[in-house]
Design a protein around this ligand. Structure first.
Ligand code: ACM
Ligand code: ZN
Length: 677
């Protein structure tokens, strides 16, 4: 029965084949650490004899990989065919996930220190069969992972994905040698896990008005009841969780649950408002209330009964902390525990979680905010607001997992944002994921980097197909970052393999972004331009914001244009107009004056309401050349890049360019160059 379940688990990975005859042009992804190519090939017979030197129940668990790929096999005690050996032979890679696959014309020997290593080695053998057919080129592959933590994160709160979808992603993960599913099971948009102690979590907090996160978010963020007409949501029963965990276990994946505390918990506080500072719901958990800790400990006890993972994620991100400052219970806690501020109050709460988990033999992970107010003793930090938190924690002796927004947030656009489905923000193409190094040798404490993970937040991802589209092929790149020695990485070769891997995945029913149609970075970014104002001094009447200075006063005339992401080369102005004056040095004939702007609603970045362009001979008396009104709707959430400019015939030395903000509080204007011709 167990083998039958395993068979079902692997069946969707059946793939086509394409003939090649040398291991050097293999399509393996991630690429193995060491490949030696030899002469000749091993011919897979109609029924492959398999000899196993490992616990007897491993035979079925491992050979299911062969049978589902279409390689019938039988167990033998002779040394012909394929031998699978668990051994501590010192010549093997030290990692239990490592293996050596020696393919010679008369036999194939796969050895590893752990069953995971045999599993990955067999995957390699099967992938070679899928590429080369029954004639596998001879050679030796010696392989091991760079990191022990090779993670995929999935947010099932903002959008609920059923257990079949999760199992499908587990299968893909295993084929990419990813081994940690960080399951973001709870958040303000819905609680997704059956907890016996607190039935309202699944009767109420799992249901909301509004089918998508977006509808819910923009229509009052109301929760509902399971039996109410028109509510949407869902949760996993404990039985379903166990089914997912059994599948993960068979694929050598650890599922790490995340239970958010003390923030991102509005759904809990709607169902159990007494746990909020106001006792009316909203805000964060009240840290002054002992009932909060009772709740968390009861929930975590049930979570630990279900999930065998030694790691439990406790969230810890983005607490507002504002209610704590005025809450009598929180203030009393701060007094009694001698806590200087709300950061220390958060740290007090997180430390209690860490102690509780440690007392039960588990390790606590938290987002990098858990550094604020002091890091709990045994905590593992997951660095998301860039790498700074991770670097700080690693330098102070804590294990860390790197998942910075810049390279690991797969809710961002992977191609031209004006053509892609709505995403959160930012531009993260395949190449940028691939270039990431989570633990460069010069990083203090780099040996404490457990690994790397990509996160999929699903605010803008309402369907399973869309989720897969955002996950793949970028997770192919993440998988190779997590597995392969960085000195061996080669993007051109990786992309060749990723295209083939994406085609395979598509044939297996995954909805994958099409690399054949990738248009890449904003074309303007690729070349430096020269125009009448290049290098001319710019006087700012309104100043850029310190967070987005670009090249400061040189930005708007340096000939450099920004990419799709406003994070580089674009200069940002917050809650302000832009007013600048360019001195061309002498009177010039001018035919056009133009600048580009971005609208990116999700990031509160707007096109200007209007642009006013003026000209002067002396820098004192200006006359207006044009007022350009914006006709792109302010409420439009799709990103847009627009040029606001004047064209005609004039002369002058000084150009004044004014971009008027639409006045939304907290709104940004971004521009990259004022091009004068
Ligand atoms: C996060 O993205 N709030 C961890
Ligand atoms: Zn409170």
């Amino acid at each position: 029965m167990k083998n039958f379940i395993l068979l079902l688990c692997f069946a969707p990975l059946l793939l086509g084949s394409c003939k090649k005859n040398n291991l050097t042009d293999n399509l393996l992804l991630p690429q193995p650490q060491i490949i030696e190519s030899h002469k000749g090939h091993f011919q897979i017979p109609n029924e492959l004899p398999v000899q196993i030197d490992a616990p007897s129940d491993a035979f079925g668990r491992l050979t299911v990989l062969l049978t589902t790929a279409g390689i019938p096999c039988r167990q033998t005690i002779t040394t012909e065919g394929l031998s699978l050996r668990l051994t501590d032979n010192p010549s093997l890679p030290t990692s239990k996930e490592g293996y050596r696959l020696a393919i010679s014309p008369d036999k194939v020997e796969l050895s590893a220190r752990g069953e995971a290593g045999l599993f990955y080695g067999l995957q390699t053998f099967v992938a070679l069969y899928e590429q080369y057919g029954r004639q596998i080129p001879a050679g030796t592959i010696t392989d091991w992972p760079r990191f022990e933590w090779r993670g995929m994160h999935l947010d099932v709160s903002r959008n609920f994905f059923d257990k079949e979808f999760i199992k499908k992603q587990l299968r893909m993960m295993a084929s990419l040698r990813l081994n940690r599913l960080h399951w973001h099971l709870v958040d303000g948009a819905g609680w997704r896990l059956e907890i016996d102690c607190y039935p309202l979590l699944t009767q109420q907090a799992a249901w909301r008005h509004g089918k998508t996160w977006h509808e819910w978010w923009t229509s009052g963020r109301r929760y509902g009841h399971q039996n109410e007409v028109g509510v949407s949501g869902g949760f996993y029963t404990k039985e379903e969780i166990r089914e997912v965990l059994a599948c993960a276990d068979s694929l050598h994946i650890t599922v790490v649950p995340e239970i958010e505390f003390p923030s991102h918990s509005e759904e809990v506080l709607a169902a159990y408002p007494a746990l909020s500072c106001t006792e009316k719901g909203g805000g964060d958990f009240c840290i002054g209330n002992e009932q909060t800790f009772k709740f968390m400990e009861n929930v975590l006890t049930e979570v630990m009964e279900l999930f065998p993972s030694e790691y439990i994620h406790i969230g810890g991100d983005e607490a507002s902390k504002s209610a704590w400052a005025v809450c009598p219970k929180c203030r009393a806690r701060m007094d009694s525990e001698r806590l200087a501020n709300v950061d220390e109050l958060q740290s007090y709460g997180i430390r209690r979680m860490e102690r509780f988990l440690r007392a039960h033999g588990r390790k606590m992970i938290g987002w990098d905010e858990i550094l604020e107010g002091g890091l709990a003793e045994g905590a593992i930090v997951m660095s998301w607001r860039g790498e700074e938190g991770g670097r700080k924690a690693a330098a102070s002796g804590h294990p860390v997992i790197m998942t910075p927004g810049s390279h690991c947030y797969f809710d961002s656009y992977q191609d031209n944002p004006m053509r892609e489905p709505m995403a959160m923000s930012g531009y993260l193409p395949l190449s940028k994921v691939y270039e990431y190094d989570p633990a460069p040798a010069d990083m203090s404490g780099h040996e404490r980097v457990l690994g790397v993970q990509a996160n999929l937040w699903t605010e803008y991802i309402p369907t399973p197909e869309h989720a897969e589209y955002m996950l793949y092929p970028r997770h192919f790149a993440l998988a190779e970052v997590a597995w392969l020695d960085p000195a061996k990485k080669d993007f051109t070769d990786f992309r060749r393999r990723a295209v083939a891997r994406a085609d395979k995945a598509r044939a297996a029913g995954y909805h994958v972004f099409d690399l054949h149609t990738e248009s890449g970075e904003r074309p303007e970014k690729s070349k430096q331009i020269s125009h009448l104002a290049t290098g001319c001094p710019v006087t700012y009447t309104t100043l850029w914001h310190a967070k987005y200075p670009a090249e400061e006063a040189a930005t708007l005339t340096n000939g450099l244009r920004g990419g799709w992401s406003y994070g580089t080369r674009w200069q940002g102005f917050l809650d302000n107009d832009i007013e600048v004056t360019i001195d061309l040095g002498k009177n010039q004939q001018i035919r056009s004056i133009e600048a580009d702007f971005i609208q990116w609603f999700a990031a509160w970045v707007w096109l200007p309401r209007e642009v006013i362009i003026s000209i002067s001979d002396d820098g004192k008396e200006f006359h207006e050349l044009a007022v350009i009104k914006n006709d792109y709707p302010e409420e439009e959430e799709r990103p847009e890049y627009r040029t606001f400019g004047w064209q005609g015939k004039t002369t002058g030395r000084y150009i004044r360019y004014r971009a008027i903000s639409n006045g939304r509080a907290g709104g940004w204007l971004f521009t990259d160059e004022i091009v004068v011709r």
